[in-house]
Ligand binder design. Structure first.
Ligand code: KG4
Ligand code: ZN
Length: 337
């Protein structure tokens, strides 16, 4: 018998709903709250309100597009965190209500863990162990994933997340939020060797990251060289150089960990994993024997399919009873989000 999972994700500024048949995604509807652009970042109160307005429509669309009947759904999942609490509550309670009304199992799912497994959506199977680099707007974490129940955080950022660094740099360059995709677009026509931005490292923690230095360095560079207003061609070169520094350090540290832990499988996920320069840099290592897993770009940024996928693979691996357990909960010992 198939398991039809209905999943909701509303942790930040995307309202998303998805339906899966076992591990196969049948629908994945995402509504992004573009109005935050004018504030230069997410306004939590407005985000929650927008979720309330859109959640029913998005959920119904996802069920309609899946081609199944509501009555066929036998598992419900929703992102339970981390994220903006007001936003999370909307999706979480909607999904819980949906499950309660139908007397079917409901599970709260960790958002980061769902990014972690999203690299395998569409793959035949997941082979453990693997290294997982989760790079999003709020997190930059390197996991050593041993099985469905066990993972270890082996690296994380001490200050800004990689996506946050992109977003802050974009703001300095006069670009809108979210900045990552816009920097990538400009960088495509720029020279990454134009300026060398510093690649920070943390003494004693070879797999930890720091992105606040590079951001400050960009600020001073812009002030000193361009009175904070670079011309168009410099802008492209600066975007390319900045992107190169951020993606370079992400790849270097992940590969160093992979070599030291003797692991050849690397999964990269989260919003920043949509970045082509990051993908190209990782893919360079395929010829050295590494296997690199990226989600389809639609599953890189926040989406409900990854929540449903994570719920289903847990169900399959462990059964309904222990569905609520997160492998990440134990892994966060050295690190608390
Ligand atoms: O995973 P995500 O959608 O939301 C969080 O869980 O944070 O990640 C959003 C982040 C933003 O910081 C955005 O600028 C970044 O991912 N991002 C990118 C790209 N697409 C999204 N960064 C670099 N290049 C991209 N193409
Ligand atoms: Zn995310």
């Amino acid at each position: 018998m198939s398991v039809f999972t209905f999943a909701i994700e509303s942790s930040c500024d995307e309202t998303s709903a998805s339906v899966l048949e076992n591990e196969k995604v049948l629908s994945n509807v995402i509504s992004s709250q573009f109005f935050h652009k004018k504030y230069g970042g997410i306004v939590p109160e407005l985000a929650s309100r927008a979720h309330i307005e859109t959640i029913t429509e998005i959920a119904e669309k996802a069920i309609e597009q899946s081609g199944i009947q509501k009555e066929q759904i036998n598992l419900v999942a929703a992102a339970k965190g981390p994220g903006l609490i007001g936003s999370l509550l909307v999706g979480y309670n909607y999904a819980k209500g949906f499950a309660l009304a139908r007397n079917i199992p409901f599970t709260g799912i960790d958002h980061i863990e769902s990014h972690l497994f999203s690299s395998f959506i569409g793959e035949e199977k997941i082979i453990f162990p693997f290294l997982s680099l989760v790079v999003s707007g709020g997190h930059t974490i390197l996991f050593l994933v041993k099985n469905y129940n066990e993972s270890e955080v082996i690296g994380f950022t001490h200050d800004d997340a990689a996506g946050e660094a992109f977003d802050k740099a974009a703001k300095m360059l006069g670009l809108e939020y979210p900045g990552g995709p816009l920097i990538e677009k400009l960088a495509a026509e720029g020279d990454p060797g134009f300026h060398k931005f510093p690649k920070s490292s943390i003494k004693g923690y070879p797999y930890d990251f720091s992105f606040s230095g590079i951001k400050t360095s960009l600020l001073y560079f812009l002030k000193k060289e361009y009175n904070s207003k670079p011309d168009e061609s410099s802008l492209k070169n600066i975007a390319a150089s900045f992107q190169d520094a951020v993606t370079g350090v992400l790849v270097e540290k992940t590969i160093l960990a992979a070599k030291n832990f003797n692991i050849s499988r690397i999964a990269v996920s989260g919003g920043v994993s949509a970045n082509s320069d990051l993908r190209n840099k990782f893919n360079e290592y395929i010829k050295s024997g590494f296997r690199i897993f990226f989600p389809d770009k639609i599953y890189s940024t926040d989406n409900a399919a990854m929540i449903g996928y994570n719920a289903f693979i847990k169900y399959r691996a462990r059964g309904f009873k222990t569905l609520h357990e997160d492998i990440t909960e134990k892994a966060y010992a050295r690190f608390k989000y």
